[in-house]
Write a protein that binds this ligand. Structure first.
Ligand SMILES: *[C@@H]1O[C@H](CO)[C@@H](O)[C@H](O)[C@H]1NC(C)=O
Ligand SMILES: *[C@@H]1O[C@H](CO)[C@@H](O)[C@H](O)[C@H]1NC(C)=O
Ligand SMILES: *[C@@H]1O[C@H](CO)[C@@H](O)[C@H](O)[C@H]1NC(C)=O
Ligand SMILES: *[C@@H]1O[C@H](CO)[C@@H](O)[C@H](O)[C@H]1NC(C)=O
Length: 449
């Protein structure tokens, strides 16, 4: 250039030449390829024309200048810049929410918000915002609301911590049940960030009042504070006293709603039954005192029999129940002898005491019989035994024909046994012979007389 300036004539000649060339061969700058952008106007890039870079939405020119001129050399000046992805500013602050930790927010970035502790995401809202192409953030609605736990009111009980209109996260509530109710669960609960109470809300359960106290005795529930449904207490008396009534009661419900003890408490009293005496009797066990509930069994001496119950218990009122039995002498019934009678009519009683004796005689034409042989005795004495039986009683048999009777008895048994017919025939033959001999014998006796 300096050369041309030195020689203005020559310079002029060059300029003219160039202009002449330009006129005939117009200078054109190339259409640049620009990622995410283009030049405006989009064509007619002749020497000297000016173009402006326009980036696509979401992109920004890289560099300070965006206008370029097409030089005579067919090049752009300054050089064609590029478009780069634009960024959003920091995302907006959302009430009661935090966002994930990001520092760069190129277009298209999403940012997620989280509700802070004690707050919860409103239903049907998206906690996500996006960096838009115009470098703003998509609209973020109200995201978080304060977490509230439901009112923890309980039946038959109340909050002892001051009541509040709302129960927010971290709020603690303490309960107390009404009298005759017992708290089941935790006495103190807290509202958690998920809107629930933890531990769960307790409830008040009905209980029985303390079991009745008794004088001279105590119950097993002395160290128990609550008496829920089904709990049983046992009573006991001080040494030497008798427990009258049921020794245990339990907490129950008649109507399914109210609880009460299953019955009255027992009593502790001095109960002594008199020593039971049964004449002509014995008792077991042998003891000296007979407190309430004591049981004794009775038996009678020999020759005596028990009338009444063999066992008796000492009752709360000091009496024996069932009433004490008696021992009565064992009696023998009036003895009966076929074809015989009592010798003395004064002996004709219905019942005879032990050791009583009776004397028999046989009717006319009969004799005492002893093992088939007739006896020559005129009387027979029997004694009433302690077991109510008589010593053996006599048999009175027709005089003289005792053996005939025996034989007939024998035949009778044989017939009953069903002897084979042949054998039976033989037997009958023998019988016939026997009877004929007997007949002859009687005839002989008659002849002798
Ligand atoms: C280019 O520019 C010239 C003059 O500036 C104009 O006459 C011509 O029509 C243009 N060509 C196009 C294709 O726009
Ligand atoms: C950016 O774009 C969104 C949607 O394309 C539009 O709603 C919003 O108004 C724009 N913001 C500005 C500042 O132009
Ligand atoms: C004592 O009470 C229990 C329970 O109620 C009952 O089963 C039992 O029969 C009672 N006993 C007496 C002697 O009343
Ligand atoms: C019956 O007699 C016997 C012997 O003599 C005597 O041991 C017994 O005690 C008497 N029994 C009665 C009930 O009298």
């Amino acid at each position: 250039m300096r050369v041309f300036l030195c020689w203005p004539g020559q310079l002029l000649a060059v300029v003219v030449l160039v202009l002449q060339l330009a006129g005939s061969l117009e200078v054109q700058c190339p259409i640049p390829v620009i990622a995410h952008g283009q030049l405006k106007p989009a064509q007619n890039f002749t020497y000297g024309s000016v173009a402006t870079l326009e980036c696509d939405a979401g992109y920004i020119p890289l560099g300070a200048t965006t206008t370029m001129r097409c030089l005579g050399s067919g090049r752009w000046h300054p050089r064609v810049p590029a478009c780069t992805l634009g960024h959003c500013p920091y995302p907006p602050v959302v009430d009661h929410a935090d966002r994930n930790l990001q520092r760069e927010f190129p277009v298209g970035t999403t940012v997620t918000y989280f509700c802070r502790s004690g707050y919860t995401l409103l239903p049907e809202v998206s906690p996500i915002t996006t960096c838009l192409k115009n470098f703003t953030w998509s609209v973020i609605p109200k995201l978080c609301q304060k977490v509230q736990c439901p009112s923890p009111a309980i039946r038959h009980g109340r909050e002892i911590s001051p009541r509040k209109d709302e129960y927010t996260v971290g709020h603690q509530v303490e309960f107390q049940c009404d009298p005759s109710y017992v708290l089941r669960g935790s006495q103190r609960i807290q509202c958690w960030s998920d809107g629930t109470w933890r531990p769960p809300v307790p409830y008040c359960d009905k209980v029985c009042g303390p079991p009745p106290k008794i004088t001279n005795g105590q119950h097993s529930g002395l160290r128990t504070e609550q008496f829920p449904y089904g709990l049983e207490v046992k009573y006991s008396c001080v040494e030497g006293l008798s427990l009258i009534g049921n020794d245990s009661i339990y907490c129950t419900s008649d109507d399914g709603v109210n609880l009460a003890w299953s019955g009255p408490a027992p009593e502790c009293r001095v109960v002594r039954c008199p020593k039971p005496t049964v004449e002509r009797g014995r008792m077991t066990p042998q003891r000296f005192t007979f407190p309430y509930g004591a049981a004794v069994r009775f038996s009678c001496d020999e020759g005596f029999v028990l009338h009444g119950d063999a066992e008796s218990w000492c009752l709360a009122d000091g009496t024996w129940h069932p009433p004490l039995p008696t021992c009565r002498p064992v009696l023998c019934p009036q003895p009966q002898v076929a074809n015989g009678r009592l010798k003395s009519t004064s002996d004709g009683k219905m019942w005879y005491q032990t050791n009583a004796t009776v004397t028999f005689e046989c009717l006319r034409g009969y004799r005492f019989s002893d093992d088939g042989d007739t006896s020559s005795e005129d009387s027979w004495t029997a004694t009433c035994l302690p077991d109510g039986n008589w010593t053996p009683l006599p048999k009175c048999k027709k005089e003289g024909d005792a053996d005939v009777c025996e034989e007939i008895h024998y035949i009778k048994t044989v017939f009953e046994c069903g002897v084979p017919i042949a054998e039976l025939k033989t037997l009958l033959e023998i019988q016939k012979l026997f009877l004929e001999i007997k007949k002859l014998k009687v005839e002989l006796e008659n002849l002798n007389k």
